[in-house]
Each structure stands twice: as C-alpha cells, then as structure tokens.
Design a protein. Structure first.
Length: 106
C-alpha cells in the first residue's frame, strides 16, 4: 500500500492500469452496496445517494493521484488531468495515458 501511495516511485503501464481498474471497481462496489443496503427504504435513500457521491469523489481524487504519477513518467503536462473531469474524454484520456511510453531520463 505504501508503494501505491508514494508519488516519487514510477508506476508503469501495468501498475497504472490495475490501479485504475481497482479504484473504479471499488467505487462501483461501494455505490452498489450503499443502494442495496440503504436504498430500499424511502427514508434512507438520500443517505445511499450521499454514500455514492462520496465514493465517486474518493475515486476521482485517487485517479488524479494515479494520473499525476503516470504523467511524471511520460512527461505530459499536468494541466492535461483536467480531461479526467470531462465526460467521454476521460475514458480516452485514461486509455492514452495507460498506453503512453515512458520517456527516458537524461
């Protein structure tokens, strides 16, 4: 876990891909669990929505961390992480970042 959160270590293509998939599956699982356990009753439905929104914000912040780590390897500009917030472009951005070759250090 410490290696996953350390921003100074290189991540690599496979580590980035598995990290993105892990974060997305965890966020979807938490949202599903919230609606399965809390969404059935009328009075707890807003709590299920709130839990899903919190899971989404945690997923986006973790994806931003993963993207910044991967961009250090590929030498992309940090402002390109804003593509992660645009619907439709975010999937293409994550795919391009996963397939990008790392640049050599001079």
């Amino acid at each position: 876990m410490e290696r996953f959160l350390n921003t100074q270590l290189p991540l690599g293509r496979i580590g980035f891909t598995f990290g993105v998939l892990f974060v997305l599956f965890c966020a979807a699982g938490l949202a599903h669990l919230a609606f399965q356990s809390l969404g059935d009753h009328h009075s707890t439905f807003p709590l299920a929505c709130f839990c899903s929104i919190v899971a989404g914000f945690l997923a986006i912040s973790t994806l931003l961390l993963l993207c910044v780590r991967r961009m250090k390897e590929t030498h992309w500009k940090p402002m390109s992480t804003l593509f992660l917030l645009l619907p439709g472009l975010n999937v293409m951005y994550l795919l391009a970042l996963a397939l990008a070759a790392p640049k050599k250090q001079r």
